[in-house]
Ligand binder design. Structure first.
Ligand code: CAA
Length: 267
């Protein structure tokens, strides 16, 4: 398969030691000037790359990562700040994200630095999460006058329970890798210089297994977890889009761009 060149991500196929002809697929978010903020183009590229790896018979497991400083600092606020409810609904920005749910191969997230907002939500769309000790998670959307819009209210709640999710989403406070581990949100915390190696080593281990069994195991685990997730996501998206009618959304995003503290009025 020819490897496509992307602008906002890097992709690589890496041989699994001891398994001739078998690879892992590594996708690296690579938009450093915006701390890997998940703009529409980046998300399209990411979904295309994941879909290509999913179709590639030589690949058993996918590793998704960013840089040491940032996995992703969220959806792109600059891209969203002028949206209205009508415009954001008609673009249906997060529809691209839904396609990640169709990836059949296991995806291991290797997270270091910021995994905030959409970055935390993208992490939670993966199947296993390896974090560096310097990883910083959070759903800070409330501080810019909106709410998580790419699954955070549903997936964080399922992962850590209602009360912890409520606190994290209502305060928007960041939390450390060790706190995430203690809450059951990540599988393992390792020294920063090892986070990618650790994720790859787990990917090699899983690559030894039957690809068909892996696919059906992933599908079954997700089924148990899914429940009414689709309804929840629709609900969340409607609420997210609705906030683009508010002055607080305009003020929150504008204040971020102007590097000042937002003043919210509840309008
Ligand atoms: N969108 C767009 N640009 C972003 C961004 C984002 N989410 N996060 C960072 N950037 C940009 C900054 O604007 C800045 O660009 P300039 O150099 O052009 O000014 C650059 O990345 C570096 O960022 P900072 O100067 O802010 O770096 P810092 O080290 O001082 O702070 C940070 C880092 C704490 C992560 C801070 O950038 C921040 O708070 N980012 C926003 C986090 C956030 O609110 N995320 C949620 C987004 S909304 C969302 O994700 C909705 C959803 O549910 C899908």
């Amino acid at each position: 398969m020819t490897m496509t060149t992307y602008e906002n991500i890097l992709t690589a196929k890496e041989a699994v030691p001891g398994l001739a002809g078998i690879n892992i697929g590594v996708v690296t978010l690579n938009r450093p000037k915006a701390l890997n903020a998940l703009c529409h183009d980046l998300m399209n590229e990411l979904v295309d790359a994941l879909t290509d790896f999913d179709k590639d018979d030589s690949i058993r497991v996918i590793v998704l990562t960013g840089s040491e400083r940032a996995f992703a600092a969220g959806a792109d606020i600059k891209e969203m700040s002028d949206e209205t409810t009508v415009s954001i609904m008609s673009k249906d920005r997060f529809a691209t994200w839904d396609r990640i749910r169709n990836i059949k191969k296991p995806i291991i997230a290797a997270i270091s630095g910021y995994a905030l907002g959409g970055g935390c939500e993208l992490t939670m769309m993966c199947d296993i999460i390896i974090a560096s000790e310097s990883a910083q998670f959070g759903q800070p959307e409330i501080s810019i006058g909106v709410i998580p819009g790419a699954g955070g209210t549903q997936r964080l709640t399922r992962a850590v329970g209602k009360y912890r999710a409520m606190e994290l989403i209502l305060t928007g406070r960041p939390f450390t890798a060790n706190e995430a581990l203690e809450m059951g949100l990540v599988n393992k915390v390792v020294p920063t210089e090892l986070f990618l190696d650790e994720a790859k080593s787990m990917a090699y281990q899983i690559s030894q297994k039957s690809p068909l069994a892996l696919q059906l195991a992933k599908e079954a685990v997700l089924k148990s977890y899914d429940g009414t997730l689709s309804e929840g996501l629709q609900f969340e998206r409607k609420n997210f889009y609705m906030l683009f009618s508010s002055e607080d959304q305009k003020e929150g995003m504008k204040a971020f761009i102007e590097k000042r503290k937002a003043t919210f009025t509840g309008k």
